[in-house]
Design a binder for this molecule. Structure first.
Ligand code: ADP
Length: 484
């Protein structure tokens, strides 16, 4: 039985985990850096511990300080949230060694999942379909050129240790391989301290569709349907929704079964996400397994009514899943917009500052998970996520209309602060998105004002950033109107 849980995270996810703990009667230990002394999670915590200065390395990534905080506060479990230490097997191991239940998969399992190329191999063994590519590291540029030629261009070079959309380069043609290979290795080394890269065929016109799985420590696994996260910029998700307009019930069941089979085959336990690409013929390809709760998990909670954090905690404590596959029902449609403190007019540059005014939406079937209160400071030390706005509707058009309404309620004031709320409204109103016909190239195409004009999406993907001034002005005006 977990009695007192330390949340090793900050912002909206710390608050979200704290809320479920309180509903379950579990005491909350919150940790914070000196930059987060006014975090909303602190009001819900039974105890708060300062774990260091603002730099994440010295606080939210500081394993000794976090474990010491857990010891001092008498916690018996740790929830890592997402990002920071959530997929660090050393952290899971140290927690376990100190008698703390780690809310996530076993450290040995997590260690194997850290290398995306290795996971490709594991999933191939479990019979999951993969795009052509390598399961071993590509050690030299000559090897890479040879393999890329075999696979056929475009290809994507990926850092084996990568995540968060970083450490990936799309290569449209052989002439660009050499430079892309060296650049990806260098950035992989700089960001992840591991320059290992592997190759995959780049699937043009794909949708990003991920399956939420839950597995317990008794060999049971279920899936809770999919989230479509094709609205991305620089491989980072901006909007997520369920169900996906590209899936029908048969494909959902097929992908769900494959996802559960893959997760169970590696001894996974807890909440996990199996990410796939789906082509326009409904063929799907495994991409990666995320061993954590994800930013976009509320979308699934909205359409299934299942509290994923509660299931994570239950499973970590050794209990079986509280529901079986036949009890999972997907109802209506849900969509999430990530409202970031960023300026869409300046290539989405972060805009830190003090939130002098922060009005967030409310209303029927409208959930807002925010990491800030009015008067809080958005710190340049952390990610720029201000709030997630998640809505549910009986069908997709109703959910989109509800989201549009919710976005108009956002008012953010603060010197220098912009938000992506206006950008999201432009996405929702775009005919291609509204029709559910968008692909992973949608945002690049929308920003470039090239929608519907043909051209090579891989080329565009590779050269993201070329943005037509007229479209951008429209978005900035919209954002200003909303945030003014
Ligand atoms: P990360 O771990 O950094 O999130 P992923 O492997 O999940 O990286 O990929 C992020 C995004 O990059 C995908 O959602 C997709 O848009 C794009 N992507 C990755 N691999 C491919 C591929 N082989 N073909 C087309 N797009 C891809």
């Amino acid at each position: 039985m977990i009695r007192r849980l330390l949340i090793a995270n900050r912002g909206e996810i710390a608050l979200r985990v704290a809320r479920t703990c309180r509903e379950l009667g579990i005491e909350v230990v919150a940790v914070h850096s000196t930059a987060d002394g006014d975090a909303p999670v602190l009001a819900l915590a039974d105890e708060a511990v300062c774990i260091g200065p603002p730099a994440a390395k010295e606080s939210y990534l500081n394993i000794p300080n976090i474990v010491e905080a857990a010891r001092q506060a008498g916690a018996d479990a740790v929830h890592p949230g997402y990002g920071f230490l959530s997929e660090d097997p050393d952290f899971a191991e140290v927690c376990t060694a100190n008698g703390l239940v780690f809310v996530g998969p076993d450290p040995e399992v997590m260690a194997r999942l850290g290398n995306k190329a290795v996971v490709r191999g594991l999933m191939a063994s479990a019979g999951l379909p993969l795009l052509p590519g390598t399961e071993d590291p590509v050690e030299t540029v000559e090897d890479g050129e040879r393999i890329a030629a075999e696979i056929g261009y475009p290809v994507i070079i990926k850092a084996a240790a990568g995540g968060g959309g970083r450490g990936m380069t799309v290569v449209p043609a052989a002439s660009e391989f050499r430079a892309a290979y060296h650049a990806t290795r260098a950035s992989a080394h700089a960001v992840f301290r591991d320059s290992t890269v592997y190759l995959e065929k780049f699937l043009t016109g794909a949708r990003h569709v991920e399956i939420q799985v839950l597995c317990d420590r008794h060999g049971n696994g279920i899936h809770l349907g999919e989230r479509d996260c094709s609205v991305q910029r620089r491989h980072q998700k901006l909007v997520e929704e369920a169900p996906s307009t590209r899936l029908d019930a048969a494909l959902r069941a097929e992908m769900g079964a494959a996802a559960v089979r893959g997760a169970l085959s590696v001894g996974y336990s807890g909440a996990g996400t199996m990410e796939f690409l789906v082509d326009d013929g409904g063929r799907f390809y495994f991409m990666e397994l995320n061993a954590r709760i994800q930013v976009e998990h509320p979308v699934t909670e909205m359409v299934t009514g299942v509290d994923l954090v509660a299931e994570q905690i239950r499973v970590a404590g050794g209990a079986p899943l509280s529901l079986s596959q036949s009890e999972v029902e997907i109802s209506g449609a849900a969509i999430e917009c990530r409202i970031n403190a960023e300026d869409p007019g300046l290539s989405f540059a972060p805009t830190p500052g003090v939130l002098e005014r922060l009005d967030l939406p409310g209303g029927p079937w409208t959930r807002v998970d925010a990491g800030y209160l009015p008067g809080s400071r958005v710190s340049p030390y952390y990610d720029s996520l201000l709030a997630k706005v998640v809505v549910w509707g009986p069908d997709r058009p109703a959910a989109l209309a509800r989201m549009d309404r919710a976005l108009t309620e956002i008012r953010v004031h603060g010197r220098g602060i912009s938000t992506t709320a206006g950008f999201h409204r432009a996405v929702l109103r775009h005919p291609v998105f509204a029709a559910g016909e968008h692909t992973i190239h949608f945002v690049d195409e929308m920003l470039a004002g090239e929608m519907g004009t043909g051209g090579d999406p891989a080329q565009r993907h590779a050269g993201a950033g070329r943005q037509a001034a007229d479209t951008m002005e429209l978005l900035v005006d919209d954002a200003t109107a909303v945030t003014a």
